[in-house]
Design a protein around this ligand. Sequence first.
Ligand SMILES: *Cc1c(COP(=O)(O)O)cnc(C)c1O
Length: 465
Amino acid sequence: MQYISTRGGIESVPFTEAVLMGLATDGGLILPRTIPRIGSETFAEWKDLSYVELAFEVMSRFIDDIPEADLRELISLSYEKFSAKEITPIVHQDSLHIVELFHGPTFAFKDVALQFLGNIFEYLLEKNDSMMNIIGATSGDTGSAAIYGVRGKDRINIFILHPHERVSKVQEKQMTTVLDDNVFNIAILGTFDDAQAIVKSIFNDIDFKEEQHLGAINSINWARVLAQVVYYVHACLHISSHENDKATDFSVPTGNFGDIFAGYIAKRMLPEGTIRKLFLATNSNDILSRMVQSGDYSLSEVVVTSSPSMDIQSASNFERYLYYLLDEEPERTKQAMAQFTETGELDLTNFQDQIQRDFIAEKVTEEEVSATIADFHKKHGYIMDPHTAIGVHCALKNQSKGIPVCCLATAHPGKFGDTVEKAIGTSLKLPDSIEELMDRESRCELMEPDKNLIRNFVEKHAKQS
Ligand SMILES: *Cc1c(COP(=O)(O)O)cnc(C)c1O
């Protein structure tokens, strides 16, 4: 499989190069040249595979430059730290099927992709006898999942900036209690935007970037999307046994459009009608739900909500979908993105029919989030986190009679304990491994949000070839 850029400015490259490239060098996003199709016979044969075996079957359709034995090993390594045997187990609640994606080491769905990305990076660096210094800014979940994805790896150092005292206590502890020599936490005396701006400006210094072998771990890496396609396929197989081969819908709490885009790829890959609709659920940061409902893709101010991992306006993966919407024409995609960068808006009203063939959307308010958490707890004794509740609310509101809906549960409720406890009115029992974090030794540099200070710190501690 060869990979191209949504903006058409790169020679096609195989998977391993696409992964190391991250963002395409022309500023576009990387996509496979074609989306492989799975016939219904093959799909039926996958029914009894374990998650890891299935991941190999799915991923090997997109990867032909890693030997089979190595790829199997990488996948198996990536899921051995998950606490659930099925990796992404499904809990059935009436007509809803809750796909729990939070059984990885940091209790959020980002582990599913970042455990894999960390292993792929290490494998490729080993092969090229090279190394990498990863820098990233986080508002909480991505940072800890990235740190757990690369901790202890020989050829990678990681520097994660977070806004001091503006991430939850659990998130802070998850990051700062990782004491491996290759992990550097930096708490910035400022906001997430300050941290992000510093990381961006460091990456924009091209000489420094090359000198220090800087790498990113944000949600635009194709390997992350690919790892996420697997649990859609896994859930579909499970639902078709459970519901006698019915088509299913998926409801996805959405921020950067990465998770739901993986669903879009799965929908196009699997036999016609396996996945019916993708429900795109947002919080008050509703640029994407507006886009689906009315074709209005325009930026507004970021609003702070109880689902911070979705407090996003400019969804970094949206360009991938736009490319398909514009008939896979890179020139048009490039123009549309240039316009969006300049004006902060795109008018997609002419594409309404096409968009609504695949998506249904809903914006969910803070009141609806806590009511959903409370109701579900009362009715079913099941406790969910605020992100998951957004998807569940959207599913209950838009469900079609007789069609099952898989709701993606993206974080463990214990990660957002305050919001959840307020909603259910009782205290929440945290998993032991979260409880233990609170007493563990931690390590973190507290720094002013000054680009030069951070740059010097990275230079001093970077892994050298
Ligand atoms: C990142 C995240 C999301 C949003 O996923 P996207 O791929 O950015 O759309 C939802 N819920 C949780 C808990 C997350 O960490």
